[in-house]
Design a binder for this molecule. Sequence first.
Ligand SMILES: [Zn+2]
Length: 325
Amino acid sequence: MKLTVDDIKLLQVPVPYPVRATNCYLMPGADGWDLIDTGAHTKEAEDVWQKALDQYGIKPGMLRNIYITHYHPDHIGMAGWLLDQVGGAIYMHRVEAQWVPQVWAPAMPQAIAVADEFRRNGMSEQWAGAIETQFGEQFLDVSPLPEHIELLEDGDLVDYGDAELRVVWTPGHSDGHMCLWQEDIQTVFTGDHILTKITPNIGLWPGCQPDPLDLFLASLEKIQRLSAEHYLPGHGRSFSRDDHRIEELLAHHQERLDLVEGLASEPKTGFEVCVSLFGTKLSAHQMRFAMAETLSHLERLRQLGRVSVVDDGTVVRYCTTRLGS
Ligand SMILES: [Zn+2]
């Protein structure tokens, strides 16, 4: 029987973040069910998942493969709970799997590293401390973590119901983010690589690749080359090729780079540029992403030679490069 887009079962799992819900995509097959992404671990998410498992009659042993697009809590968070309920094997891109123990450890070293990096980029202690605390608390949203993760590479074929998906490595939103491509139905599961209502966060994080925005733009072009008809994102509504979302995102970042370059016409810290771009009416969660996004743009500009860095040993400042000076 030929696969259609309607065979895919969308489950919207509520998450305690501004995106409000994560799209999880279930697919039945003769030998069991396969799943893309899981949501963050909360009591509300457990209730929604329990209802779905009951509704579809997914009993222990009937969930085969769980594909996690990236390590963020709203995608991996319910994986451990699902394994406990109905079993299954967890799959991630090889690069992304390395981030799981690096970020999601009980002492949350990444929360400390992020706050320190932000302080070095001029962030006030009030914000940096709030970010460290809020990020640290997210460990609960991913516990329990799966003990074992199967590793995938770009181009691998994996089972999805009675059909197959191809792994498309799309670094940018995170180093090992993957999309999954179903050619028969011309559909890409985009994770957080391509979203509609919001632009995916592209952040410079401690330990990440040095120029994530460059990687993201290349990854957008990689998906653009598939010329898929349908796009099923990790959050928000699905969209089609005619929505030209990839082109919009490419244009958005070029405009944003110009804007950030203009803001750094005098030496500015990353935090000063961030506040000019995003203001301060933000939660600690939102400020964390706003700051990392600002730094990824400043870093792209630095790589392009459009801004230079002044580091006085305490605080880093960026300034537009003046040709000839
Ligand atoms: Zn997400």
